[in-house]
Write a protein that binds this ligand. Structure first.
Ligand SMILES: Nc1ncnc2c1ncn2[C@@H]1O[C@H](COP(=O)(O)OP(=O)(O)OP(=O)(O)O)[C@@H](O)[C@H]1O
Ligand SMILES: [Mg+2]
Length: 124
């Protein structure tokens, strides 16, 4: 299992193929096991930032993503060990918020008490 690690974005901007500047170059430091909330108006780049961290998008040239001391900028999503709950689709309507968040851990056969502990919304 992956231990909590720091996440650092350095100069991570995103311009899509159609020319849309989705994200101004961003520096962001997240501590190990720290909870961070991104707040901002619609279209300001919150989802794009999460997708860059997960590896679903790559930042523009010059941007870097670091997990601890490891540069993961060019690492594909399946090698990053990141879970992502999507905004409006790919949620399981029959599951609670906590179960949706913990689903990736269940697929990895992480035991129920560990899943509960690591799903921060868990109220049990
Ligand atoms: N694949 C794409 N191609 C072109 N433009 C895109 C693409 N994905 C997002 N955008 C644009 O990039 C900008 C940032 O989008 P993003 O989804 O990151 O915003 P957001 O902060 O998550 O917004 P919301 O609060 O509505 O979820 C928006 O102008 C959006 O239309
Ligand atoms: Mg969004």
């Amino acid at each position: 299992m992956h231990e909590p690690t720091t996440i650092r974005l350095r100069n991570c901007g995103k311009t899509f193929a159609d020319g849309t500047l989705a994200l101004q170059p961003l520096d962001l430091d997240i501590g190990a096991a720290e909870t961070v909330v991104l707040l901002g108006p619609s279209g300001c780049g919150k989802t794009t930032t999460l997708r860059i961290i997960a590896g679903l998008e790559y930042p523009d040239a010059g941007g870097e993503v670091w997990f601890g001391d490891t540069c993961v900028t060019t690492l594909p999503i399946e090698q990053r060990g990141v879970g992502m709950v999507f905004q409006s689709y790919a949620l399981f309507p029959n599951m609670t918020v906590s179960e949706n968040i913990g689903y990736g851990l269940r697929v990895r056969r992480v035991d129920a008490s560990t899943r509960c502990r690591r799903s921060t919304t868990c109220s049990r």
